[in-house]
Design a protein around this ligand. Structure first.
Ligand SMILES: Cc1cc2nc3c(=O)[nH]c(=O)nc-3n(C[C@H](O)[C@H](O)[C@H](O)COP(=O)(O)OP(=O)(O)OC[C@H]3O[C@@H](n4cnc5c(N)ncnc54)[C@H](O)[C@@H]3O)c2cc1C
Length: 519
């Protein structure tokens, strides 16, 4: 069987790219190293009868265009909860629950009144940035018609923010989220909410410059027509990848699991296929890689086929993650101090202040973890009981911060780290430890080893001003095509970045198809 396109990796971006390429009538093969599709957007069994999202656990960025074009609802994507609350718990009983512009709990009257105004403003700015998601970053020199149209659309969108919001956007864009939160609010728990949304998944603290951009990036997402909504896919995050898989399969996409690509075949500067770990050679007109750029260009293509300047740029990408994942199988619903039943069905942010988040970030800079990390917790079995045996539960926690390079190495440090995280969790949910019947901890080193995430990084590379747009992943590959002809990138390391969004996969498919039309 010969293929028009081979996609290396069945992460959600690889699956999105494959489905769009197949939609154009092409024959597509996806080769995935793991035994399961989805990459970091997957569900796994962590103890017999307990299933939970492996890494990503909340859906808020999946692009509406992709949902619609690929009819993901018809391909089985359902939600157990569509627009969940966020509750910040301080651990001493103080709590603040938010749903969109409504905030109730430990918050001053003034801040409660300001919150909807602030949130609407942030959402408005983010909404006007949305056209950027489904466009290739502009070329630095020489433009084509479609690029001019994209830029015009984006320019018009930003311009139509209006004078006041445009001024605010320019003021806050490069700012840190600590100062932004302090500009608008006094109440500690509302500041936690704002800064958590900015720093989760990054190697930034609330006081790091550019952290506001990360908040705006997250807010560009809209789910089921509600901007900023967070949802729990029924069956865990693997349900998203499953729907993408089926959308591709009905269009003829072939998927082979457990097939690691060890080499991309290149001759005279052109890619013509791949070689798998078993030595099988498969030819194709185009190869599109969902793996990160270093793995693709240095390991799979080989240094002999790329120039020294490009290699240097690739080696400088900052992709050391600071996020770990703890999944627990529980014999009972935990009792979080200050949380009511509605809060337990939603998203919990565990920490008492924005200062504590910054303090938790500090040790990560020096190869250590904090004993008091920021935790983002969901208990998806509350709204999706099929994930655990009757009366039992699964808990999914993102642990911010755990540095990729930890002193003495993760092999010896994962146990003490897990003990510290569990002790911290116990502070917020007394007695939880006694109900644990299964534990699955993924340090950044595990995330790299098990999922291929470079440095265990959520975005395959830091989302920072110097690694955005035409500099993402590097200047010579920012429009999905690489310096090797017929070889493209489609993963989170590309514009616009990570999160379960599918935009990089969509944009890459567009770049491949544009090349075909130009030929
Ligand atoms: C702990 C954690 C929590 C997160 N939480 C959230 C969240 O709640 N919400 C959210 O929106 N985002 C979240 N994210 C981010 C999100 O999961 C990722 O950004 C996104 O899944 C990346 O998708 P991708 O398809 O680009 O790449 P990946 O998911 O990394 O997929 C790449 C695929 O390529 C395969 N591959 C690599 N090399 C080869 C090879 N040589 N041959 C064959 N296959 C290969 C890999 O096995 C993998 O399956 C989280 C990330 C982490 C790590």
């Amino acid at each position: 069987m010969s293929y028009s396109h081979i996609v290396i990796g069945a992460g959600h971006n690889g699956l999105t790219c494959a489905a769009y390429l197949a939609k154009s009538g092409a024959k597509v093969l996806v080769l995935e190293a793991r035994s399961q599709p989805g990459g970091a957007a997957a569900t796994e069994e962590i103890a017999p009868g307990y299933r939970v999202s492996s890494c990503a656990h909340l859906l808020y960025q999946l692009h509406p265009r992709i949902m619609l074009d690929l009819a993901l609802d018809r391909h089985g994507l359902e939600f157990s909860a569509k627009n969940i609350t966020t509750t910040v718990l301080a651990g001493d009983g103080a709590a603040l629950t938010m749903l969109d512009g409504k905030a109730t709990g430990n918050i001053s009257e003034k801040d409660a009144q300001n919150w909807p105004i602030f949130w609407a403003r942030m959402k408005k700015i983010a909404r006007h940035l949305q056209p950027m998601l489904l466009m290739s970053p502009p070329r630095l020199a020489g433009r084509d018609l479609s690029q001019n149209l994209d830029l015009l659309k984006l320019g018009w969108s930003i311009r139509s923010l209006g004078r006041e919001d445009m001024r605010e956007f320019l003021r806050i864009a490069a700012m840190n989220v600590y100062d932004l939160a302090a500009d608008y609010f006094d109440s500690p728990l509302i500041k936690v909410r704002i800064s958590a949304d900015a720093v989760l998944g990054t190697t930034l603290g609330p006081r790091s410059p550019g952290s506001v951009l990360s908040l705006l990036y997250k807010l560009t997402g809209a789910l089921n027509g509600v901007q900023g909504a967070m949802a729990l896919p029924k069956g865990g995050m693997g349900a998203v990848s499953g729907a993408l898989l089926r959308a591709g399969a009905v269009r003829g996409v072939d998927l082979r699991l457990g097939q690691r690509v060890r080499r991309i075949i290149v001759a005279d500067g052109k890619a013509s296929g791949v070689e798998t770990d078993t030595g099988e050679i498969i030819e194709a007109a185009n190869v599109i890689s969902n793996a990160d750029i270093a793995k693709t260009m240095v390991s799979m293509v080989g240094a002999q086929h790329i120039d020294a300047g490009f290699q240097r740029d690739v080696s400088k990408i900052r992709s050391k993650g600071a996020t770990a994942k703890l999944n627990l199988a529980l014999s009972a619903l935990p009792n979080f101090t200050g949380a009511d039943a509605q809060a337990l069905a939603g998203r919990l942010l565990l920490t008492e202040s924005i200062e504590q988040i910054e303090l938790a970030f500090n040790p990560a800079k020096y190869g250590q973890w904090s004993k008091h990390p920021l935790l983002e917790v969901v208990i998806p079995s509350v709204t999706d009981p099929a994930l655990a045996p009757a009366g039992h539960h699964v808990l999914s926690a993102i642990v911010q911060y755990a540095p990729y390079q930890v002193e003495s190495g993760w092999a010896s440090q994962r146990e003490p780290f897990q003990r510290d995280v569990m002790a911290h969790l116990e502070h917020f949910a007394p007695g939880i430890g006694a109900s644990v019947v299964g534990t699955d901890l993924k340090t950044p080193a595990d995330l790299e080893a098990q999922f291929g995430l470079p440095g265990g990084h959520w975005h395959h590379g830091e989302l920072a001003i110097d690694q955005l747009l035409m500099l993402r992943p590097v200047a010579g590959a920012a429009r999905y095509a690489t310096p090797v002809e017929n070889l493209f990138l489609c993963g989170a390391g590309c514009h616009p970045g990570g999160g379960v969004m599918g935009a990089a996969g969509y944009n890459a498919a567009r770049a491949v198809l544009a090349k075909r039309q130009a030929a």
